[in-house]
Design a protein around this ligand. Sequence first.
Ligand SMILES: [Zn+2]
Length: 196
Amino acid sequence: MHKLVIWKQNTSKSSLNAIASWLIQEKTIRLCWIPSHIGIPGNECAYEAAKSAISLLISSFKFPPTDLYQNLTSYYQRLWQAHWDACLSDKLHAIKPLLGYLDVTSLTRRNSVVLQRLYIGHTRLTHSYLLNGEDHPQCKFCSCPLTVFHILIKCPHHDSVRWRYFVVSTLKELFDTIYPCHIFDFLKHTSLYHRI
Ligand SMILES: [Zn+2]
């Protein structure tokens, strides 16, 4: 089945990611340049009308508040980012310095939960001790505190399995560069997936 997708000249990062995922699926991609509105009478008229409106006097017309939503969203996003930039001591800052949503739409519900728990560093395996009134769990191989960082990056007991799926030195690098499926496979291979 063929899929027709149209991108503008300023192709977005999500579009490039889509192309990358199709290449991984070994789909054939044909790129085709299509001229924009140039030469299309209706579009040319609309363009000229919009351009001429720039020189009109500013009127006192009321406008709907929804017109401000985009600007308000960007404004508060910048405020939120500035506040987050000042939170360098927060352990999550090292993982996600730039604010934004974690895209989990392509994951199953269970995988989405696992990934988000790993992201925030709180899992049943590493943090259920808080609910049970127990001591912080230790890695049974290394006798050091059991953390998401230790499991995913550091624990030498899992090196051979880990190297089959990824080789990274930080959680940020892991979440930024490794496909989540490789992280899930590592956890399944080490029998930790259902304990996250
Ligand atoms: Zn260990």
